[in-house]
Write a protein that binds this ligand. Structure first.
Ligand code: COI
Length: 372
């Protein structure tokens, strides 16, 4: 990432309670069986930025539609960035989030790339602490569930000229969720796309901006048309090396137990989960390499048995095994198509830390609410 985090300013978010907050019964019904990203809590946090006054009007307000002028710059030129992180309820009722400073720093780096203002790290963290405190009853308890936090920022200025906005909105919304994939935690199938790329050298690949995800949707449709769950992109420069999936990083486990993942080239999202998985694998004594991984190497390795496991990771998907890899000219199972032991172990290690079942030796967990 090309920028350092902006300086901290601790600011209070003023709370405007939602007079139409859901009843306890309604909320409990919604939280009991959360699908990914379909249900939202009663409030959202907002901060408004103008070139003249900077960040101002920090507030938590009732969740609801945003009012935008049809000429708002984001609707025309896509000047927008976002983040994804989760709040986890531990067995004692306390609520925690995972490495939020890393998301705050990446949010600032993404904003810099999109010529948006950088939200101070402290405001990012305080927005999360305040919203989760206000909507604490929405944090589910139980395995594989969490409160997904979606901070985002967009160009709100009413202006059709192509230049960086002079007005922006930061918004944080929250959604009780279960597993990202509708089938739950089980191996997914991947279509490797040859004729589209997600990002190119010098582009916005490392930034978490809506445009990268918009560009992934047509290839994702193609993946689904070929009976696959997700698309995998190859690098734009040579068309030979694995980059990432539509919204997840990818790891390859060799039969000798060593692990590799595509190096950060500027066109790959610098995943917080990716970085945590690298740390856990290294601490487990595995040989781990960040490097260029060619599709030919993976395809041949699946045929010969030299590649034993492939998995994807991200905040939403956590660690998801890949059971099948296909493209125009091959269609191969990964191992026996199930969840391999390295994938299962690193997934368990990570989620044990996140859900408070294992000690957090790294200082990754950030407490949002005390035990109840
Ligand atoms: C996340 O993992 O949080 C993301 O933002 C990816 C998105 C595909 C849900």
């Amino acid at each position: 990432m090309s920028t350092t985090a902006p300086p901290s300013t601790a600011t209070t978010f003023h709370h405007h309670p939602n007079p139409d907050a859901r009843s306890d019964e309604e909320r409990e019904r919604l939280v009991a069986a959360p699908a990914f990203g379909t249900v939202f809590t009663d409030h959202m946090a907002r901060v408004t930025w103008t070139a003249g006054a900077g960040w101002a009007d920090h507030r938590v307000v009732p969740y609801g539609p945003l009012s935008l002028d049809p000429a708002a710059a984001v609707l025309h030129y896509g000047q927008e960035v976002f983040e994804g992180l989760k709040a986890y309820r531990h067995a004692d009722g306390s609520v925690w989030t995972f490495r939020p400073e890393a998301n705050a720093t990446r949010f600032a780096a993404s904003a810099h790339r999109l010529a948006l203002p950088q939200l101070p790290v402290e405001d990012f963290l305080t927005s999360i602490e305040t919203l989760v405190a206000v909507d604490s009853a929405w944090v589910p308890g139980g395995d594989e569930t969490s409160l997904y936090l979606r901070p985002f920022m967009f160009a709100s200025e009413t202006f059709l000229g192509v230049r960086p906005t002079r007005e922006a909105e930061y918004v944080l919304i929250a959604s009780p969720v279960g597993p990202y994939f509708p089938g739950g935690v089980k191996p997914v199938s991947i279509w490797v796309v040859r004729d589209f790329h997600r990002a190119g050298p010098g582009g916005t690949g490392y930034a978490k901006c809506g445009g990268n995800y918009a560009a992934s949707l047509l290839p994702q449709q193609q993946a689904q048309a070929h009976g696959c769950d997700q698309v995998c992109f190859l690098d734009a420069a040579t068309g030979t090396e694995l980059e990432e999936l539509g919204g997840m990083n990818v790891f390859v486990v060799a039969a000798d137990g060593s692990v590799s993942t595509p190096a950060l080239t500027g066109s790959i999202l610098e995943g917080v989960t990716r970085d945590s998985v690298l740390t856990l694998l290294r601490e487990a004594g595995r040989e781990v390499t960040e490097r260029g991984i060619t599709l030919a190497e993976v395809r041949d390795g699946l045929v010969s048995g030299a590649v034993a496991e492939v998995f994807a990771c991200g905040t939403a998907a956590v660690v998801t095994p890949i059971g099948r890899l296909a493209s125009d000219d091959f269609d191969l199972p990964v191992g026996d198509g199930g969840t391999g032991p390295v994938t299962a172990a690193v997934r368990a290690q990570l989620t044990d830390i996140q859900y408070g079942r294992a000690q957090d030796h790294h200082g990754w967990m950030h407490r949002l609410l005390p035990p109840r």
